[in-house]
Design a protein around this ligand. Structure first.
Ligand code: TYD
Ligand code: MG
Length: 467
């Protein structure tokens, strides 16, 4: 007997309650409670999960690990888009549900269409389904033409009712389902506005159950704004297997794809694309570094996911008349900039309060790694003192006491940085790193160790003096 459970969900912020509410206690909106029937979804999902691993429903739900592993590896589908395969642990798994988020215009539909074309290119038997509630079939066709995609195995539809969409899918031949976007489809079971939290959840749940039942992967596109103002996609992140987001400024050609969550591989991985006239192209991440021979630029490495990425920190320190200089940052949490500039002001006794500080990370990438702090401090001092630091690579953390501290994987970062034409390296004194450059004749960069921000300052002053 199916369990019938009711919940009330705020259509604005997704707050859930077993009781009806007039005013949402979380976001404070009135009349946003939508009645939502949870139809035995838990029970259905459980049986589907066991079916996915090759267990018949009448048997107990156990499967040996070898069999489970083989099922998984057999089913990896390579997208043949190298920057994507790299971050998805070399392909998409049977039944995997991927959420692809990003700001409007960043390139989600382009990437989705390129994936479709790529995975059926050499497989005439299979079909991919591209469902677009956003655009008409002819609009998608214009994009396909622009990308040079011609393939009868890519089936397009602009149907917006999820039940109709799923009914039309040939489960024997389907290789991938793309829903563009989850905010534009709806379910007949739900009387709630399209694009609202309740509809989004219902649509995602229907596709997820379908994907798991038939082992067909699905790619769900979601619009998000910079501020994450649209709550819907965030609220379904926990039900999907993999969450990837496009980062980066739409004003540049670079697009960074970051895996926020992955049940089938490591998360945090990033890869770089470039939006060209012919769609998105995979790039090496070293292209994020743009060399500029002016003060305020320092090379460093951000440990994102399981590998280091070379980036350049750019700082502009500009004098103001009052002791309340602004701190503005793109790509680094502004609170980090406030702390680092306070440490520099206090321990070096320099008037950074009387300066605005602007920070930018090359390529529009967002970094959270504390190993970049030394480079941020270096970029600020380089701009403040008007010293060009050349191709100096800096990596380390900054303590509130003005100390320069070791960070993780310094050796791997330096090895990766050698892909760039660096000529000196600055690392914390206590970093466990043995310079390999002395034994390697082909590299002769200068390695310096420092233990506090005063020594960083002296390093800059020496450069200025030309020592
Ligand atoms: P799109 O994939 O429609 O973005 P989203 O689905 O995230 O809203 O891409 C939009 C932008 O990409 C648009 O400004 C045009 C540009 N573009 C190219 O530069 N080259 C191309 O080959 C394509 C298809 C789009
Ligand atoms: Mg789109």
């Amino acid at each position: 007997m199916a369990k019938q459970k009711m919940v009330y969900v705020c259509d604005k912020c997704g707050y859930e309650s077993p009781k009806w509410f007039g005013k949402c206690p979380v976001c404070g909106e009135w009349n946003t409670a939508k009645e939502f029937q949870l139809k035995d979804i838990d029970t259905e999902s459980k049986s589907i999960r066991s079916g996915e691993m090759g267990v018949s429903r009448s048997q107990p739900c156990f499967v040996d690990v070898n069999q489970a592993y083989e099922n998984l590896e057999d089913a990896r589908i390579k997208t043949n888009i190298s920057a994507l395969d790299d971050i998805l642990s070399s392909g998409i798994v049977k039944g995997q549900v991927i959420l692809l988020g990003g700001e409007p215009g960043v390139g989600k539909s382009t990437l989705a269409l390129q994936i479709c074309a790529s995975i059926v290119k050499d497989d005439k038997e299979k079909l991919v389904y591209y469902i677009s509630g956003e655009e008409s079939v002819s609009q998608i066709a214009i994009r396909a033409k622009r990308l040079g995609i011609r393939n009868p195995s890519i089936l397009l539809s602009s149907e917006t009712q999820i039940e109709e969409v799923l009914k039309g899918i040939d489960v024997q031949r389907a290789k991938l389902i793309v829903i563009d976007s989850i905010q534009t489809l709806s379910s007949v079971d739900i009387e709630s506005p399209i694009g609202g939290v309740v509809q989004i959840r219902a649509v995602v749940e229907k596709v997820r159950v379908f994907s798991k039942k038939y082992g067909i992967p699905s790619l769900l596109i979601a619009h998000v704004t910079k501020e994450g103002a649209i709550a819907g996609p965030k609220l379904v992140e926990h039900v999907v297997d993999t969450v990837v987001y496009f980062e980066g400024e739409r004003t540049t050609d670079y697009r960074i794809l970051r895996v926020q969550k992955n049940r089938y591989g490591p998360s945090g991985e990033i890869s770089v694309f470039q939006m060209t006239e012919n769609g998105l192209e995979s790039l090496s991440d070293d292209t994020l570094v743009n060399y500029s021979e002016t003060p305020g630029n320092v090379l460093t490495s951000a440990y994102e996911g399981s590998r280091p990425i070379n980036v350049q920190i750019q700082a502009l320190v500009s004098r103001v008349k009052v002791a309340s200089g602004r701190r503005i940052s793109h790509g680094v949490d502004v609170r980090k900039i406030i702390i680092i500039s306070a440490v520099l002001s206090r321990h070096l006794n320099i008037p950074l309060d009387f300066h605005d500080i602007y920070i930018n990370v090359s390529g529009g990438i967002n970094i959270t790694d504390s190993g970049c702090e030394l480079a941020i401090a270096g970029a600020i001092l380089s701009s403040f003192l008007d010293v060009y630091v050349g191709n100096t690579f800096m990596v380390g953390e900054i303590g509130l006491d003005g100390s320069v501290r070791p960070t993780v994987n310094i050796g791997k970062r330096i090895e990766n940085a050698r892909k760039l034409p660096i000529n000196s390296i600055l690392i914390p004194s206590k970093a466990e790193y043995k310079s390999a450059s002395r034994t390697r004749t082909e590299k002769s960069e200068k390695l310096e160790r420092i233990s506090n921000v005063r020594q960083l300052f002296n390093f800059m002053v020496d450069l200025k003096k030309g020592v």
